[in-house]
Each structure stands twice: as structure tokens, then as C-alpha cells.
Design a protein around this ligand. Structure first.
Ligand code: CIR
Length: 254
């Protein structure tokens, strides 16, 4: 059984951290978009588990950043933005009942948005949010689960998955100029369309479809050309708060 763990959208979402200096998101529209996202996950066959929103945590809907599932292990993260630390507790409590857990301890920081799993390899972004001590602790957890580990320095974007998105077992979409692509040797790389720079996000679903952002149709059609079935979703307000399609869920198999 595939489960999608999501978190409610707080009415304080318009105070989410916006690092690129853009406009704040519209909360009512964001709520509709979040509901549509949840409906797509349900349609793809996931059992939806929801942790209620915490109104004092404007970014809590971005649950991906608070924990990473590596095999049998849930790694509870320590977010790189200190104001996001209170988001972790309820997610940790939920996962503790279902997984063996390990926790990233200070001075380590790790955002789940910096962690990408492809087959037996864990890729982690060295970013403003994920530091070398967090990477060292994640690497130890990955080794315990028999995973290979690749560190990817990330520049000019928030997280690794702002710039590199898995769309199929061995295929990633990369925003040109953000990472050293030689670190992804062996994978098929599709480049995000120049006109859609950082407007593309994607989430491969258990039913074989790939959710993509509606604002990136050129990149989506590159994926269709290699045989993928895409479902575009309008998440303009999520993007306004620096989020994407991976960040609103933690997906795992029971
Ligand atoms: C933040 O700056 O932390 C949030 N406004 C956005 C986090 C997005 N997380 C993700 O894509 N994994």
C-alpha cells in the first residue's frame, strides 16, 4: 500500500518564507491548489494521511522538508531555517509509530527538499539549508540502509529538488547551470526549457503518471516525447512560496 503523508494548509500561509523577494501567496487559492494536489494523490491510489496545520508555522504545508524515508528508516530532519524547527515534532510523532527513526542533531541541518532518492542511491544537495554536518549524519543513515550516497553542491536555488527532479526510475529534469551534471552519470537528463526556468516541478506517482506544474508546458511536452504520461496541475501559489510538487507530501510504501 502506498501512503501520502500531507499537512494542512495554515491560514498564515501568506507569511511563508519567500526568499526570492516575490509576492506573498494567496491563501484561499493556495488552499484550492493544495486540495487539487491531494485529490491527484488519492486518484493515483495513495492512502492519504493528514497532519493538521499549525497556524504558528506558515510553511508547515511543506512537509517534505521535515523527514526523509530511507528504506526502513525515517530520518527526522532539522530544518535549515530555524523558524521551521517547530514543524518537525508532529511529523516525527506520526512517523515514530510506523518506522525506526533517527534524528539529525545540531549542528547538522537538513531539509528534505535537498534529498532525492533514485533506486539505491541517495543524492543530497549541499545548499543554504543543508550543511555538511547534516549531510554527514544522513550519509551514515543511508549507509546503514545499504544505499550509495552522492553529494551535489547546489547554487542559485533553494534546494536540490528546486533544480533536479526525478520523473522516472532513471530520468531527471535539470535546470541548466545549477548543478554539476556529471554527478548524475548513468541517468537520462532532460533539460528544463529555457523559457520555463524554475517554473517546472514534478512528482512521479504510484500509478505511473507524473504530476507537473501547469506553468511549464514546454518541459512537460519533452517528457511526453520520451513516453511519460503527465498531468499538469496549477500550483502558482505554492511556487510563489518557493515550493514545488514534491514538497507537499512524504510518500512511502507500507
Ligand atoms: C521555505 O523557504 O522553507 C519555504 N517557503 C519553501 C519550502 C519548499 N520546500 C521544498 O520544496 N521541499
Amino acid at each position: 500500500m502506498s501512503t501520502a503523508l500531507i499537512r494542512g494548509m495554515p491560514s498564515t500561509f501568506d507569511r511563508a518564507i519567500v526568499s526570492h523577494g516575490g509576492r506573498p501567496p494567496d491563501v484561499a487559492l493556495a488552499r484550492d491548489q493544495h486540495r487539487a494536489y491531494r485529490d491527484q494523490l488519492a486518484a493515483a491510489g495513495y492512502t492519504i494521511e493528514t497532519i493538521p496545520a499549525d497556524e504558528s508555522c506558515p510553511d508547515c504545508v511543506f512537509i517534505e522538508d521535515t523527514a526523509v524515508i530511507v528504506g526502513e528508516l525515517a530520518v527526522i530532519s532539522r530544518p535549515g531555517a530555524p523558524e521551521r524547527e517547530p514543524e518537525v515534532g508532529p511529523v516525527s510523532a506520526f512517523l515514530r509509530d510506523r518506522f525506526t527513526t533517527t534524528t539529525i542533531e545540531a549542528p547538522g541541518t537538513l531539509d528534505g527538499g535537498d534529498v532525492m532518492m533514485l533506486g539505491e542511491t541517495v543524492y543530497v544537495g549541499a545548499s543554504k539549508r543543508t550543511n555538511s554536518d547534516g549531510i554527514r549524519q544522513l550519509s551514515a543513515a543511508a549507509a546503514r540502509q545499504g544505499r550509495s550516497f552522492v553529494v551535489v553542491p547546489v547554487s542559485g536555488v533553494l534546494h536540490l529538488k528546486s533544480a533536479v527532479l526525478p520523473v522516472a526510475d532513471e530520468t531527471v529534469v535539470v535546470t541548466p547551470g545549477t548543478v554539476d551534471e556529471s554527478l548524475f552519470a548513468g541517468l537520462r537528463i532532460v533539460h528544463e526549457s529555457e523559457h520555463e526556468r524554475l517554473a517546472f516541478s514534478a512528482l512521479p506517482l504510484a500509478d505511473g503518471r507524473v504530476l507537473t506544474t501547469a506553468g511549464a508546458p514546454e518541459t512537460a511536452s519533452l517528457l511526453e516525447r520520451i513516453g511519460l504520461v503527465v498531468t499538469p496541475l496549477d500550483v502558482s501559489e505554492i511556487l510563489a512560496a518557493d515550493g514545488g510538487l514534491t514538497c507537499m507530501s512524504i510518500l512511502y510504501d507500507d
